[in-house]
Design a protein around this ligand. Sequence first.
Ligand code: ADP
Length: 610
Amino acid sequence: MTRTRNENREHIGAMDVLRRLAPYMRRRWALIAGSTLAMLAEVGMRLLEPWPLKFFFDVARHSTDRRTTGLPFLDALSPAGMLTACAVGMVLIVALRASASYLRRVGFALAGNLILTQVRADLFAHMQRLSLSFHNKKRSGDLSTRLTSDIGRLQEVVSTAVLPLATHALTVLGVIVVMLFIEWRLALVAVGVLPLFWFSTQKLGREIRSTARRERKGHGEMGAIATEALGSIRVVQTMGGENTHNKRFEGGNLSTLKEGVKGKRLAAKLLGMADVFIALGTAIMLWYGAWLVMRGDLELTTLLVFFFYHKNMTRPIRNIAKYTGRTAKALASAERVVELLDTAPTIKQDPDATEAPEHIERIAFENVRFGYEPGTTAIDGVSLEIPRGTVTALVGRSGAGKSTLMNLLLRLYDPDDGRITADGKDLHAFTVESWRRRVAVVPQETTLFAASVRENIAFGQPGLTDEQIEAAARVAGAHEFISRLPDGYDTAIGERGCTLSEGQKQRIAVARAAVRGSPVLVFDEPTASLDNANAERVCRAIHDLSRDRICFVISHDLRTITAADLIVYLEQGRITERGTHADLMRADGEYARLYRIQTGTGMPREVVDA
Ligand code: ADP
């Protein structure tokens, strides 16, 4: 058993899926138990259904002989009365079966929907918890396809195929038992073809499943392409990239079509094979039955009733063939869902991790090393201690490791070596979720949601008062322009915030960070897209905010960070200079040189980045 995890995933079977879903099913046990009872009743009634036929035939054949049924209350009736009783019995059985079937269908559909809705909610929450190194490798469009269409397919198939499949399998088993009871020799003949049928469905089922797997992958691919293309529609349109995306999308679309058609073809083949096997079984059974009747070893009525039971078995068999195809497809979707659910968040957290403290006096990086991929280095032995009430500016060329250092602080990644502490405690001692709530980030590119300005500022912080939101907007220098919007704080922002300028978006993001009251703030290029007046306001806001917090500012524009309490100059993941602006100017190193370029000759930023 040395198979790797990945190989195992290829072989996620129905049982694995069931095991993974078991906790969810346990929560709905009452509904599932009730539906199962209805299913058993349905199967029982289906087994009873042909029984009155025997009485019809017997009464018709021996209408003069009154003791033929073996049931005293029926034997006491006149032949006409008996026939009526049989007819009423027949309708009653069907009516009961129909009611049980209704309850079973509704019950299972409800259970299936409730369970998968919960799975979907958990999957979404889980996906958001997975580390960035996972998200870097997976494409968001593919992930949302799993969340929506794979779970949707599971939801549909569980209630319309998997559960009926159980009913049909049970019916076939029941019918076999009854047939054995009526005439065992005939039963053995009729059942003889079933193993052949079973093997062929298994084989075709596997093929359908791998086809479906490729089809689902294609769907995920299309989802990913669509999300990427539409998410960067500005770039696509300005760069004329539509055709490239069209071609990639078309590729995914075509392969999905191909696999989809192949799946349908295999399913049709399965059904056709089922028909042939059924005909084969029926023919052999009738041949042998008629032979027995001819020899006087079997009553004709028994053969007739047997024939009806056999017919009752063939429909579920046909359905099994039909549903095997659908279930195989569902399994391909289930694999994709289970694979995601089983991906463990890679960010470390002590087993007895506690809530991170609300007040933090000091953050320390202790000889931190980190690389995104094995063998690479992005942070190379950084040690840094920062007290509360200060602004620390991280500067350096592009790729120096500024963002990486902040990613580590946010626990989006774990250091490979060394540690980061808050008041002397390793961050692993805190739950990831509580720690991230303590660090508010104003990212370089602000993502606004299709909601009101107020909701955007309060994002992730339920229960804020309007005053708190407005105060945060004032600190961020956003109150003025928000008041001028058509509906003020209630103005709806378009998807991805298309209706606001970069500067306005930035200030909403600053307000969003301010309102969180987090003890640690990280600003990633807060002034990059702002004009001088706005940049100055934001800088002032940052200093106001830093009074009782720990603030980090990543900046390329050295003019905006001269007032910082500590400036850290990074080069290739190492701190090469540190101190106040005055200290660093005196030291006359790389920082001073860059500062002079930016202020003295007014070189554009691109030159500094190069
Ligand atoms: P800065 O923020 O100073 O511009 P970064 O922290 O973004 O620099 O990058 C530091 C180094 O890590 C660079 O060499 C960069 O190429 C690399 N890097 C950044 N992000 C990733 C990533 N997601 N995967 C792999 N390498 C990365």
